[in-house]
Ligand binder design. Sequence first.
Ligand code: 5RP
Length: 236
Amino acid sequence: MTAGVDPVKLMKQQVGKAAAERVQSGSIVGLGTGSTTAFAIQYLGERLQSGEIQDIKGIPTSFQAIVLARQYGIPLVGLDEVDHIDIAIDGADEVDPNKNLIKGGGAAHTQEKIVDSLADQFIVVVDSSKLVDKLGSTFLLPVEVLPMAVAPVMRAIAKLGGKPELRMGVKKAGPVVTDQGNLVVDVKFDQIDNPGELEKTLNNIPGVLENGLFVGVADVILVGEVKDGQASVREF
Ligand code: 5RP
């Protein structure tokens, strides 16, 4: 391992690269959001620019993904221009032993769920700190909410046993506003015993757009690890 390099950054770089290496010429690729996926987008762009692969089209999941794709020369298309997505690469905040996920740390889970669910193969890229026995144990569950419905949605979530808090901006006064112009409520649940049921229950509250539970969506989990000072990637 390079001296002085942050091990978490190294894991993210390696796992992002490993996912980008799985993309073949001619693919329509879902481009996820977050610091790990940013490395995948960078390596994908580098493979495209070097001629190692050709004719890639990206479907972005956020404004961040659009900016990175443009920076690294990946042509973008919208969902109305394609009839399928071959592969999607995206990060996660938690991964359980059944490959279920919590996403939304970057407030992009609504678009991410659309794109990742449509992909023939959805590859999740995480560092080893994201693996948990039970969802909700380390990360609050993000819920995207229409601004006018925040108060009733928070009350409804509290009735379900969750502790909701409105996500506030960092280096920005006021709440985080999503790419769709909505707000994010982060919820602490003591136990998420049935993620599939909770996903549906939350989305059924009027005013909720989407929550960060991704149940049965992931196909492959690539995990970046650092062991004995060496970064490696394993398939989970
Ligand atoms: C954004 C996400 C991200 O994929 C998730 O937060 C992981 O991000 P990172 O790779 O920076 O840890 O769900 O909404």
